[in-house]
Design a protein around this ligand. Structure first.
Ligand code: 5GP
Length: 186
């Protein structure tokens, strides 16, 4: 089972995923490849596989990507296919925390995947959260907020939308929804 989790940067997807993983030993987060530079706190192979443009080109050519996209117009991010196949074969629920473009590719190539959108209570709050995080430059912030507007317009394409107004509550709602969908599938 693949679960796609989409939502604007700063909406709290990362925290929701951490909550899901701590609740369920059979849930695994897919580690993406990216051409973005690692942040100080990040380790290669943990948050992402940090790769060069050439390596990313090769992964696409070799058809190693389940999906990939330019994100914020600055860097490419993609889901390596092999680990996802392996985890699925092991019966794991694989979470993909990806952008809208990537989710749309999965809607086509894996229509059985559960598609979830996480929305902020409102745009001002999203802006504040993103600024408060302090991990982006002004230029990066502007790119993320512009992308956020486009993403928010696309909510209807998803199976279910959750408004992240309170982290623990939202995490539980997302978990309940995934488990219900899994049950329906069995
Ligand atoms: P960040 O640079 O903050 O780590 O991630 C930025 C955004 O990249 C995330 O919010 C997520 O939407 C997107 N992203 C991360 N990994 C992938 C991936 O494998 N594929 C796609 N399409 N987008 C990704």
């Amino acid at each position: 089972m693949i679960v796609v989790l989409v939502g604007p940067a700063g909406v709290g997807k990362g925290s929701i995923v951490r909550g899901l993983l701590s609740e369920r030993a059979d849930f695994v987060l897919s580690v993406s490849a990216t051409t973005r530079e690692p942040r100080d706190s990040e380790t290669d192979g943990v948050e992402y596989y940090f790769v060069s443009d050439e390596q990313f080109d090769r992964m696409i050519e070799d058809k190693q990507m389940l999906e990939w996209a330019w994100v914020f117009g600055l860097n490419r991010y993609g889901t390596p296919k092999k680990p996802v196949d392996k985890l699925q074969a092991e019966g794991k629920t694989v979470i993909l925390e990806i952008d809208l473009g990537g989710a749309r590719q999965i809607m086509k190539t894996a229509p059985e995947a559960i598609q979830i959108f996480i929305a902020p209570p409102n745009f001002d709050e999203l802006q504040q959260r993103l600024r408060g995080r302090g991990t982006e430059t002004e230029e990066q912030l502007a790119a993320r907020l512009k992308t956020a507007k486009d993403e928010l317009k696309a909510q209807d394409e998803f199976d279910q939308v959750f408004i992240n107004d309170e982290l623990d509550k939202t995490t539980q709602e997302v978990l309940d929804y995934i488990l219900r969908r899994k049950e329906e599938n069995e």
